[in-house]
Design a protein around this ligand. Structure first.
Ligand code: S3P
Length: 167
């Protein structure tokens, strides 16, 4: 059992959905992902929620889903890249080990592929949007994190062992 749960944060392309399950396996605990929770609960894709209901509605739903997962999950929890922007979520993270997966612009662009599946990056200039998202969010990730790990030029397994030795 790992309670309070270990929370994995970072921008799109930082590797949360790859590293999160591997970290859980390494620790022998369950893995949960709040984007998956949102899709399961609504029966809709995140892109559809953004397009139909708008970002504020998505953020409201996300905050509630993250709060529920933080309260009940025993193990490793990955949260959507923008979840930590909510002040209430930042408060709720206190007392949790929070792992920030850091990624540079070039590696992040390669990993996300800037596909339209990510609504925030589906605009006219996705590269510029991604660059400013990385810059604007860096201080927020740093403020909530208890462990920061560089993910550029490292395999998922190397990242997991870097985290596991610091937990
Ligand atoms: C978002 C990241 C996405 C998803 C939504 C919004 C963000 O999750 O929650 O598209 O604001 O950065 P990933 O970080 O898993 O891509």
């Amino acid at each position: 059992m790992v309670k309070p749960c270990v929370v994995v944060v970072g921008p799109p392309g930082s590797g949360k959905s790859t590293v999160g399950p591997l970290l859980a396996a390494e620790l022998g605990v369950p893995f949960r992902d709040t984007d998956d929770d949102i899709v399961a609960r609504t029966g809709r894709s995140i892109a559809d929620i953004f397009a139909t209901d708008g970002e504020p509605a998505f953020r409201e739903l996300e905050e509630a889903v993250v709060a529920e997962a933080l309260a009940e999950h025993d193990g490793v929890l990955s949260v959507g890249g923008g979840a930590v922007l909510a002040a209430a979520t930042q408060e709720r993270l206190k007392g949790h080990p929070v792992v920030f997966l850091k990624v540079g612009f070039a590696t992040g662009v390669q990993r996300v592929g800037l596909s339209t599946a990510r609504p925030l990056l589906a605009g006219v200039n996705p590269r510029a949007t991604y660059r400013s998202l990385l810059e604007a969010r860096l201080p927020v990730y740093r403020a909530v994190a208890t462990i920061e790990v560089d993910t550029d030029d490292r395999t998922p397994e190397e990242i997991v062992s870097a985290i596991a030795t610091r937990l």
